[in-house]
Design a protein around this ligand. Structure first.
Ligand SMILES: *[C@@H]1O[C@H](CO)[C@@H](O)[C@H](O)[C@H]1NC(C)=O
Ligand SMILES: *[C@@H]1O[C@H](CO)[C@@H](O)[C@H](O)[C@H]1NC(C)=O
Length: 177
């Protein structure tokens, strides 16, 4: 009885050790097969409108509207240890108070290599707003396309596929209501 236990125990710890070594090897292989694909962001339009802030009816809030084209072939990021990609477009600028802000405008989860060649013509999916409620005095905004690679085994990795030069935020227009 005892010896069977000992054997089963010994076998299972042997298998756990094998699995650990295998998983570590898979995780490490991700570092060997790193790809840094590049893409392109074209801004089609960048506008700012005045709207009424919901919580303070007599205050105005400025909201940005961005139309953009993205092309990025992220297929090289798929290897046997890639579960999925999280791809997002960010606006980055420094506001009037000297605080660096980055606002996620659009994102997508890519689960299959076939879907990783991104050609997208779109507008911001999430609201582009400044905490101070105004884009006056902010630095020119750069737009960047970033990705997180989520592996089956190991750590998330981050990368940047494209970045624009700085765009001056335009003067706010009055929204037609
Ligand atoms: C964005 O893509 C659309 C449709 O493919 C095209 O008509 C437009 O000229 C493009 N704009 C820019 C700024 O590249
Ligand atoms: C803001 O970003 C700029 C450019 O990336 C950097 O030089 C600066 O140190 C940042 N400032 C703060 C307060 O993080």
């Amino acid at each position: 009885m005892y010896s069977i236990y000992a054997r089963v125990n010994g076998l299972s710890s042997f298998w756990s050790t094998c699995m650990m070594v295998l998983l570590a090897a898979v995780a490490l292989s991700s570092f060997v097969f790193t790809a840094s694909p590049t893409g392109k962001i074209d801004l089609a339009s960048l506008k700012v409108y005045n709207t009424k802030a919901k919580r303070y009816p007599f205050k105005q809030e400025e909201i940005g509207f961005v139309k953009f084209n993205i092309t990025a072939d992220l297929r090289p990021l798929f290897n046997w240890n890639t579960k999925q990609l999280f791809v997002y477009l960010e606006a980055e600028y420094t506001n009037g108070q000297g605080v660096n802000n980055s606002v996620v405008l659009w994102d997508r989860i890519v689960r299959r290599k076939e879907d990783a060649n991104i050609v997208q013509s779109s507008r911001n999916k999430y609201k582009f707003r400044e905490l101070s409620q105004s884009f006056k005095n902010v630095s020119p905004a750069e737009f960047s396309l970033k990705y997180n690679v989520m592996p089956y085994v190991g750590l998330l990795t981050y990368g940047e596929a494209a970045r624009t030069t700085g765009f001056e935020m335009p003067e706010a227009l009055d929204a037609v209501s």
